[in-house]
Design a protein around this ligand. Structure first.
Ligand code: SF4
Length: 320
């Protein structure tokens, strides 16, 4: 039996996306380099939080701090303890004797230098635009406000412990607005299907109403790349849905149902290398053995039959 602990929107998304990925990440705590996209997203959130605590004098000075922060984080300068000890840094000598240092704590793919500068430029654009728009506007009434994190202040939905963070909450004469910053490429402009259904916003809405005792005017999806803001709402029907979803996820985790979901999404999974280690060496079939909990490979013995020569199979045999 696995402990469910505190659920969150990202835990739910991971579990529903692939049970094994959840198991590797949240139960086994397997270590894997962080995806550069999510590191970038977190760093931009940090910068937007900092925007309201430091009085930057110009968009340029704000962007200058970003460049320092991004370069330092990528080099692993902020790591501590065991993470620092395990850090391996690769150096790239660039123009004007500049040495770019990239640590193995972040997965940069095949073109680390290009990706590093691509994200640095993107961050600069996002932050300068944010500065110009918000410098003379009132600050939010709350920023990076977490709920359900503290032991003595648990937060529950339908009996399930939940934690989350509001990126910002603003109050105008019309009421409260919950805003979530997004650094994603795609925006809900052409397709708002997910925007109006995503459990993350349903949890925010539910939590806000419980914590503030009022209904929010709207939940805002702030697409930072374009600066566009998209509005969504939640109702009691959405809350019925989130309760059912939480029941299902919670039951699955507590019963240790961590069945892998193989598919093309595995190509983007941070746990793919680790995932391989949990497999039984076998030709074809699922090759799964979660310490004897999930089996299946042996049922596929017919795959062991050598194929006729004319098939001229292109895929490589797996190791025995
Ligand atoms: S590689 Fe695929 S099956 Fe393995 S953990 Fe990731 S998503 Fe799940």
């Amino acid at each position: 039996m696995a402990s469910v602990g505190k659920l969150s929107a990202s835990k739910i998304t991971t579990y529903k996306g692939c049970g094994l990925a959840y198991f590797l990440k949240y139960v086994q705590h397997e270590k894997t380099p962080a995806n550069v996209r999510s590191v970038f997203g977190k760093d931009i959130h940090y910068m937007l939080d900092r925007f309201y605590s430091v009085n930057y004098q110009s968009p340029e000075s704000f962007a200058k701090y970003w460049k320092y922060y991004w370069t330092s984080n990528v080099a692993g300068n902020f790591l501590k303890g065991k993470n620092k000890e395990e850090l391996i840094v690769k150096e790239f000598k660039l123009k004007d004797d500049f040495i770019l240092r990239i640590g193995n704590h972040i997965e940069f793919g095949e073109d680390p230098v290009g990706i590093f500068f691509g994200y640095m430029k993107l961050g600069e654009n996002i932050l300068k635009k944010f500065y110009v728009r918000h410098k003379n506007l009132p600050p939010p009434i709350a920023k990076e406000k977490s709920f359900g994190n503290k032991k003595d202040e648990p937060f529950k939905i339908n009996g399930h412990l939940i934690r989350g963070v509001f990126d910002r909450i603003d109050k105008t004469d019309k009421g409260y607005y919950i805003t979530d910053y997004k650094t994603d490429k795609k925006s809900p402009e052409k397709d708002s299907f997910v925007l109006h259904r995503h459990p993350q916003f349903t949890i925010y809405s539910y939590a806000f109403r419980k914590l503030y005792g009022e209904e929010e005017q709207a939940i805002l999806y702030y697409h930072l790349r374009s600066g566009k803001v998209f509005k969504t709402h939640r109702s009691e029907k959405d809350f019925d849905y989130i309760k059912k979803l939480l029941d299902e996820v919670s039951e699955g985790i507590s019963r240790s149902r961590f069945v892998p979901f193989y598919g093309f999404h595995c190509n983007f999974c941070d746990y793919r290398v680790v995932c391989e280690r949990y497999a039984i060496p076998h030709r074809g079939g699922p090759r799964i053995d979660l310490e004897g909990k999930i089996k299946g490979a042996k049922e596929f013995t017919e795959w062991d039959i050598d194929p006729p020569e004319w098939m001229n199979l292109q895929s490589e045999d797996r190791e025995e």
